[in-house]
Ligand binder design. Structure first.
Ligand SMILES: O=C(O)CCC(=O)C(=O)O
Length: 301
């Protein structure tokens, strides 16, 4: 079957989170400060029951615009810190790169560091997860150029099997630096898949989403459904370490730019050293972005 037609067909069939009734509610559990008002209980329920949730308006727009420009600069090899990212991975094949994946892009950019340490969003995220402490332990930049085929797809996978050195509560906050609609390669989630536990270390660069999905060790009786998470620039989609997710082609005319910020909470433990966490004690590269103890102390002062 033609790649392009196939991906269009699958794409159209997937419900999008924003059209499935996610709504703002100003009456319940309002988070303080400049964080937009939203229903924390509803988000927590989504995150706990389905393994993911979306907050459409979270990071400050001026920092997001600067971060989007900085992401392109880092992709071109520029740095304003004197440091370089940890690793640049590329899609299979020798053609022009339609998927750019860069680990630790914030090593090379003050604007990316400023974005991920913006405090208010993390208060909201802590409220959703119930965590007392949040620390950034890794960041991945994804840029997807417009492409009508599946060559820049990200295959079905869970994040947990890539980070077995962590035991316990880690999760991903995926920040949209550009508008992410159903056309521009939204993350696709399989609701409830986080309850399955690890189902194997799938290949991120496996671009055939049908085959990749079929290759996973899913228990009989598990019902596979997919939801596409539309996220405006500055909003987030966040997912549990075992939530199955993937993304299809960017059918829009703009590059789709996002940062996947990997977070650990007070409810997890480092089991072994790994190069991904070599910088864990560096407060600039692995900042603690939320700490309830210091927040309480600050409030008392
Ligand atoms: O941005 C994407 O398409 C993939 C992101 C992802 O797989 C992740 O954040 O774990």
């Amino acid at each position: 079957m033609n790649d392009e037609v196939d991906s269009h067909a699958r794409h159209a069939a997937i419900p999008s989170l924003s059209t499935r009734g996610w709504h703002m509610n100003n009456n319940v559990s309002v988070v303080r400060g400049t964080t937009p008002k939203f229903d924390v209980d509803e988000l927590r329920r989504g995150y706990t029951d389905e393994g993911f949730c979306v907050i459409p308006e979270l990071f400050p727009s001026e920092l997001v615009a600067e971060a989007a420009a900085a992401a392109e600069a880092v992709a071109e090899g520029r740095t304003d810190t004197g440091m370089q990212p940890r690793i640049r991975e590329r899609e299979a094949g020798n053609g022009s790169q339609r998927l750019i994946k860069i680990a630790e892009p914030h090593n090379a950019s003050r604007a990316l560091r400023a974005l991920i340490t913006s405090p208010e969003p993390w208060r909201a995220i802590a409220a959703v997860t119930g965590a007392r402490m949040l620390q950034v332990w890794a960041v991945d930049l994804f840029i997807k150029r417009p492409v009508s085929t599946g060559h820049a797809n990200i295959g079905w996978h869970q994040d947990g099997p890539y980070a077995t050195y962590w035991k316990g509560d880690i999760f991903t906050v995926w920040i949209a630096l550009s508008e992410v609609s159903t056309d521009s390669s939204p993350l696709r989630y399989v609701p409830g898949s986080h309850r399955l536990g690890p189902v194997g270390k799938a290949d991120l660069f496996h671009t055939d989403l049908d085959l990749a999905g079929a290759g996973l060790a899913l228990p009989t009786g598990f019902t596979w459904t997919e939801v596409a998470a539309e996220v405006p620039a500055g909003g987030i989609a966040m997912h549990h370490r075992d939530t199955l997710h993937a993304s299809g082609p960017n059918l829009s005319s703009q590059s789709r730019i996002s940062l996947a910020v990997r977070i650990r909470t007070d409810r997890c433990e480092l089991l072994s050293e790994a190069r991904q966490v070599a910088h864990l004690t560096d407060g600039e590269l692995a900042p603690v972005v939320y700490d309830r103890t210091s927040e309480t102390d600050h409030a008392k002062a």
